[in-house]
Design a protein around this ligand. Structure first.
Ligand code: ADP
Length: 985
C-alpha cells in the first residue's frame, strides 16, 4: 500500500511538473510578446510623433510664410508714396486716381489677392471676385464682422468671419502713418487677407491622415483661441485654458517657453501634444493626438519592468501554488497514511486494552485454581490425585505467567507503560536480583558469578523496577536455557559524565545457544526457537520482546551474541541518572591488602580476580593445594579467600603460629560459600557466592556483613542504668531479640509494635535512644521519625537520637537514613559490637556506669547453653544464641516469640499477594528475613530474602512458585521450635 502511494505521489508530482513547465513557457512567451508589442507600439508612436511633427512644422511654416509675405506686401504698399499722398489728401481726385492705379497694379501683380485700404474716406474692403463690401457696422448682412483684432508693434491682425461664405479670414494690416511735429499719426491702413478656412482644412487634412481624433488649436499671446475646427471658439474669443482646463494651462505653459519658431512634443494626460509658435503673429499652435495608454519611453520601460515584475510575482505565486498543491497532495496522502496509522494504532491499542482487561479477568480465577490445587496438595490425597493436583498447579502457574507477560506487553503496546525514574541503590537492586537467581539455580549444577564494577555510583536514578525486570528476564532465560557450565552477570560503565552513567550489563551463559537463523526474529512476540531442543522448558516467547521494549522505553538497547551449542551473551546498554557520585564499592588502601585466592572452580576464581583487579587490590590465584602451600608463606597476605570445600585442607596451614607467616602475622581467612550453606567457624569470615565486589570491599575494609558474631561480641564496656530506651518493630520476635541484646546493659527498655504507638510513647516518656525499624506496615520508620522530629521542634528542647533498624544493609543506606532525620543505623541481625558502639556513642555520658565486673558475652556460656537446647532442624541455635550475646534463656524467649509471630503471620502469607497487597507482602517477608536470621534459621532467612526481592520486582511467577514452599517451611519450623521448647523446658 505504501509503495502504491509513493508511486502515485510521484506520478502526480510529475504531471504537475509538466503543467508547471507549460505555464512557465506561456508566461515567458506572453512576456516576450508583451515586450515586443510595447516596443512596436513605441516605435509606431515615435513614427506618428515624427510625422505629426513634420505636419505641424509644415503648417506652421506655411502660415508663418504666408503671414510674412503678406506683411511684406502690405508694408511695401503702405510705403508707396502715391498711396501715402492720397491718404494724406483723400479728397483729392487726382491723387485718388493715381493711388487706385497703383493699387490695381498690385492686385494684378498678386493674382487678384484681397487687398484693401481704409482711410478717412474709403472705408471699404475688397474681396477677390466678389463685390466690395463696405465696412458698415450698421449693415450686418454684408459685414465681415470683426472676430478679433490683434496688434503688434508694426501690424494689426484681425480675423473676420463671413457666415454667408462660411469663410474665415485672417487680415494682416499695416497702418499708414504721417509724420507730425510730435511724432507720427495713423491716417489709414492697408491690408490683405489669408483665407484661414482653407488653411484650417489643410491643417485638419494634414493631421487626419494619421488619426481622425487629432485636434488642433491656435491661440494668441492672450491665450485666446485663434483657430479651431469649432469656429464659435474663435468667434467668442474663448481662452484656451477655459476650453481645455488644466491641459490648456499646460499647453500655454509649454508654449511660453518656446523661443521663436521652435516646436516641442510632450505627453500629457494620455495624449501626445505638439506645440509650436508663429512668432510674426505671436501665435501658438497646438496639436493633440489622443493615444489611450500612450506612454513615454521611460514609462514604456517602467511598464515593461513592472510587467516583468508582475510576471515574476505571478510565477512565484504559481510555483507556490504548485508546491503547496504538491504539498497538499502529499499532505493528503500523509493524512491518509496518518489516518490509516491512527486506525491501526487504535486497533492495536484496542487489542492491547482487550488483552489487558482479559488478562486481569483471567488472573483472578487462576489464582483460585492454583490456590485450590495448593490446598489439595496439602491434604491427604491418593497418589493419582496428587499427580493431578500437581499438574493443575503447574499448568495454572504457567498460565498465570503467560498472562502476566501478555499484560506487560499489552501495557507497553497500549503506551500505558510508564517509566518512573526514582532514586535507588544499585547494591540493593543487585542483591535482590542475585537472591532470586540463586534460588532458581538451586537445582542446577551451574556456577553463577557477578562482576560488578565498583566504580559505578551506588545511588542512581532510574526505573528500578523495570531495570530489575530486565535483569531478571535475561538471567531467568540464562537459567532456563543452560544445563551446565556457568552464568555470569557483568555490570560495567560504558560511558559516564557528571549527571549520567551509561551502564553495560552483560548476561552470559554456557547454555544451548541460538542458531544464527533464529537470532533475527528472537525479539518478535511469541517467538520461541529451537523447540525440539527446548522441549519441556516453559515459556511464552514474550520475555525478550518485553525486555527489548523496556530497554527502548528507557533509551537503552538490548543486543545479543550467541553461538549455537556454546552459549549466549545478552547485552543491555542503558543510561541512568547519577544521584550521588559515591562509588558502589571501594577498598581503603588497597595496595596494602594483598589477597591470595585459592579456588579450584575456575569460574569463581576468575570472577574474584576480576573483582580484585577492579578494586585495585594486589592478588594471586592458586588452584591446587601444592601451589597454595607454596604461595601462602612466600608473601605477606592480608586475606586468603578460599572455597568453603577447601577449608579442611587449608585449616592446618592457617592454624599455624603467626610467626611462620611473612610479616609475623597470619592472614585473615574468608571462605566462599554457596548461597544458603552459610556456616559458622570462629575467626573466619563467610562470603556468599556469587562473590560481589561490595562483599569483598566490606571484608577487606573490615566492615559489616561480618558473620563472626562470637568474636565481635566481646566486652561490654559500660552499662546504662539511668537510661531509657525504646525499640520499635512490627515483629514481636525482633523486639524480644532487641530486649535480649540490651539486657546486659542494665537499662530500661520499652517496646512497641508500630510507628503510631512509638509517637505516643515519645510524647509521654523521656527516652535517651530509640531503635526504629525501617519497614513497618501502615506507618514506616521514616514516617514515624518525621512525625517525632516535627513534634520535637515544637515541644521538646532537644532531639532524641533515633537509630534505624534495617535488614537492607546496603551501601548508601546510612546517608539515606541520616537525610530522613535518623542519627545512625544498625543492620539486622544486630551485630552486638555495633550495638555496643551505638549505645556508647548516643547515650549521654552521665547515664553511663562503668562495668567493673566486665560482663562478657561469654564464650563459656556458649558451651553451656548449647547442650541445654536440643538441635532444631534448619536452625543454627549456636549462632542464634551467639547473636543474643550468648544468652540461651533470652534465646528461648526469642524462639517462643518467634513461634507466636509465625502463628500470626502465616495465614496472611498463605494468600498469594495481588498487586495492591504486594507492598504489605514485601514488608512481611522482609521482617521474616531478619527475624529468622536472628534465631539462626539462615535458610529460611535466605528464602525470605528471595521472596522479598521477587516482591520488589513484582515477579509474581517466582512468588507463586516459592511462596507455598516457604509457608510450609515456616510452619514446619514453628512446629519444630515448639516441640523443642516444650521438651526442653
Ligand atoms: P521464552 O523464554 O518465554 O520462550 P523469550 O522471549 O524470553 O521467551 O525467549 C525467546 C526464545 O529465545 C526462547 O524460547 C529461547 O529459544 C531463546 N532464548 C532466550 N534466551 C536464551 C538463552 N539465554 N539461551 C538460549 N536460548 C535463549
Amino acid at each position: 500500500m505504501t509503495t502504491i502511494s509513493v508511486t502515485s505521489l510521484k506520478k502526480f508530482a510529475n504531471n504537475k511538473f509538466l503543467v508547471f513547465s507549460c505555464i512557465l513557457f506561456l508566461i515567458i512567451a506572453l512576456s516576450a510578446v508583451t515586450a515586443y508589442s510595447i516596443s512596436a507600439r513605441q516605435i509606431n508612436l515615435s513614427f506618428i510623433e515624427q510625422q505629426l511633427s513634420i505636419a505641424s512644422e509644415t503648417i506652421r511654416l506655411r502660415l508663418a510664410t504666408s503671414v510674412d509675405s503678406e506683411l511684406a506686401l502690405v508694408s511695401k504698399m503702405a510705403d508707396t508714396p502715391v498711396i501715402r499722398q492720397y491718404f494724406i489728401n483723400p479728397c483729392n481726385p487726382v491723387l485718388k486716381s493715381r493711388a487706385d492705379d497703383e493699387f490695381t497694379l498690385y492686385k494684378e501683380h498678386f493674382n487678384n489677392k484681397i487687398l484693401y485700404w481704409v482711410n478717412d474716406v474709403d472705408k471699404i474692403f475688397y474681396s477677390t471676385g466678389n463685390a466690395p463690401y463696405v465696412v458698415n457696422p450698421d449693415d450686418p448682412e454684408n459685414y465681415w464682422y470683426n472676430l478679433t483684432l490683434y496688434e503688434t508693434e508694426k501690424f494689426i491682425f484681425n480675423i473676420n468671419y463671413n457666415p454667408d461664405l462660411g469663410q474665415i479670414y485672417l487680415w494682416v494690416n499695416v497702418p499708414v502713418f504721417v509724420k507730425t511735429e510730435t511724432g507720427k499719426r495713423p491716417i489709414g491702413l492697408i491690408g490683405t487677407g489669408i483665407n484661414l478656412t482653407d488653411f484650417s482644412d489643410f491643417v485638419v487634412s494634414s493631421y487626419h491622415k494619421f488619426d481622425e481624433n487629432i485636434t488642433t488649436y491656435m491661440f494668441n499671446k492672450y491665450n485666446e483661441i485663434t483657430s479651431a475646427v469649432d469656429y464659435t471658439l474663435v468667434e467668442n474669443k474663448v481662452r484656451l485654458e477655459e476650453h481645455l482646463g488644466e491641459t490648456g494651462k499646460e499647453l500655454i505653459r509649454v508654449a511660453r517657453e518656446l523661443p521663436g519658431g521652435e516646436s516641442r512634443n510632450f505627453i500629457y494626460d494620455k495624449k501626445m501634444y505638439l506645440v509650436n509658435s508663429i512668432p510674426a503673429m505671436e501665435w501658438y499652435m497646438t496639436v493633440s493626438y489622443p493615444v489611450p495608454g500612450l506612454l513615454s519611453l521611460n514609462q514604456a520601460m517602467n511598464t515593461v519592468f513592472f510587467s516583468m515584475l508582475a510576471l515574476i510575482l505571478l510565477l512565484f505565486i504559481i510555483i507556490n501554488a504548485f508546491v503547496s498543491n504538491s504539498e497538499n497532495a502529499m499532505t493528503n496522502q500523509n493524512l491518509q497514511l496518518l489516518e490509516a496509522n491512527k486506525k491501526a494504532e487504535f486497533a492495536s491499542r484496542a487489542k492491547s486494552d482487550f488483552l489487558a482487561k482479559m488478562s486481569h479477568e483471567i488472573r483472578t480465577p487462576m489464582n483460585a485454581i492454583t490456590g485450590m490445587a495448593e490446598l489439595l496438595l496439602r491434604g491427604e490425597l491418593s497418589c493419582e490425585a496428587r499427580g493431578y493436583a500437581r499438574d493443575i498447579k503447574q499448568a495454572g502457574n504457567n498460565l498465570v505467567s503467560i498472562i502476566n507477560d501478555i499484560l506487560d506487553l499489552s501495557k507497553i503496546e497500549a503506551g500505558k507503560l510508564e517509566i518512573v525514574p526514582v532514586k535507588y541503590m544499585l547494591s540493593s537492586l543487585i542483591n535482590d536480583t542475585v537472591n532470586i537467581i540463586r534460588m532458581r539455580l538451586r537445582e542446577k549444577p551451574i556456577r553463577f558469578f557477578t562482576n560488578i564494577d565498583g566504580n559505578i555510583p551506588n545511588s542512581l536514578i532510574g526505573d528500578e523496577v523495570r531495570i530489575r525486570q530486565i535483569l531478571l528476564n535475561l538471567l531467568s532465560n540464562a537459567v532456563k536455557y543452560t544445563e551446565k557450565g556457568h552464568i555470569g552477570l557483568t555490570i560495567t560503565i560504558d560511558k559516564r559524565d557528571d549527571k549520567q552513567i551509561v551502564l553495560r550489563m552483560d548476561v552470559a551463559d554456557t547454555g544451548k545457544g541460538i542458531k544464527p537463523e533464529h537470532q533475527a526474529n528472537l525479539f518478535d512476540e511469541f517467538v520461541r526457537v529451537d523447540m525440539k531442543k527446548n522441549q519441556g522448558i516453559e515459556g511464552t516467547g514474550l520475555g525478550l520482546p518485553i525486555t527489548k521494549r523496556l530497554c527502548a522505553a528507557m533509551d537503552g538497547k538490548l543486543s545479543m551474541k550467541s553461538e549455537y551449542g556454546t552459549g549466549s551473551v545478552f547485552t543491555v546498554i542503558i543510561p541512568q541518572g547519577i544521584e550521588s557520585k559515591e562509588p558502589f564499592a571501594v577498598v581503603e588502601e588497597p595496595e596494602r591488602k594483598k589477597v591470595l585466592v585459592y579456588e579450584g572452580r575456575v569460574v569463581y576464581a576468575k570472577s574474584i580476580c576480576w573483582t580484585l583487579e577492579n578494586l585495585a587490590v594486589p592478588h594471586a590465584v592458586v588452584t591446587n593445594q601444592e601451589d597454595f602451600v607454596a604461595t601462602l608463606y612466600r608473601a605477606e597476605w592480608f586475606y586468603v579467600f578460599s572455597g568453603y570445600g577447601l577449608y579442611e585442607k587449608i585449616k592446618p596451614l592457617m592454624n599455624q603460629d603467626d610467626s611462620i607467616f611473612r610479616g609475623g602475622k597470619k592472614p585473615h581467612l574468608a571462605l566462599m560459600v554457596e548461597w544458603g550453606t552459610e556456616a559458622y567457624i570462629p575467626n573466619v569470615r563467610f562470603v556468599s557466592i556469587p562473590i560481589q565486589s561490595l562483599s569483598i570491599a566490606n571484608t577487606l575494609n573490615g566492615k559489616a556483613d561480618r558473620r563472626d558474631y562470637f568474636e565481635s561480641s566481646g566486652v561490654i564496656r559500660h552499662t546504662f542504668p539511668h537510661a531509657r530506651l525504646l525499640i520499635v518493630d512490627d515483629i514481636a520476635t525482633n523486639l524480644k531479640v532487641g530486649e535480649g541484646l540490651l539486657s546486659p546493659y542494665n537499662t530500661k527498655v520499652d517496646t512497641c509494635l508500630s510507628g503510631a504507638e512509638a509517637i505516643e510513647l515519645v510524647k509521654r516518656n523521656k527516652y535517651d535512644l530509640i531503635f526504629m525499624d525501617h519497614m513497618m506496615p501502615e506507618m514506616d520508620g521514616i514516617e514515624a521519625t518525621a512525625v517525632i522530629r516535627a513534634w520535637e521542634k515544637e515541644f521538646a528542647c532537644q532531639q532524641i537520637p533515633i537509630i534505624a533498624l534495617t535488614a537492607n544493609a546496603v551501601v548508601g543506606m546510612r546517608e539515606m537514613f541520616i537525610e530522613n532525620g535518623f542519627n545512625d543505623f544498625l543492620s539486622k541481625p544486630i551485630d552486638v559490637s555495633k550495638l555496643d558502639e551505638i549505645l556508647n556513642c548516643w547515650i549521654p555520658a552521665e547515664k553511663r556506669a562503668n562495668n567493673n565486673e566486665q560482663i562478657t558475652t561469654n564464650k563459656e556460656n556458649k558451651g553451656q547453653d548449647k547442650p541445654s537446647l536440643p538441635a532444631i532442624p534448619h536452625v543454627d541455635t549456636a549462632k542464634g544464641i551467639a547473636m543474643l550475646g550468648g544468652k540461651s534463656d533470652t534465646y528461648r524467649k526469642v524462639l517462643s516469640m518467634f513461634c507466636k509471630d509465625i502463628d500470626e503471620r502465616l495465614p496472611q502469607l498463605q494468600i498469594m499477594p495481588e498487586t495492591n497487597t504486594l507492598p504489605a507482602f514485601i514488608i512481611q517477608v522482609h521482617s521474616l528475613k531478619s527475624v529468622s536470621a536472628s534465631i539462626g534459621a539462615q535458610e529460611l532467612s535466605s528464602n525470605a530474602a528471595g521472596l522479598e526481592a521477587a516482591g520488589k520486582a513484582a515477579d509474581m511467577v517466582f512468588i507463586r512458585e516459592h511462596l507455598p514452599g516457604f509457608t510450609v517451611q515456616l510452619a514446619e519450623l514453628e512446629e519444630n521450635i515448639r516441640t523443642v521448647l516444650s521438651g526442653s523446658v
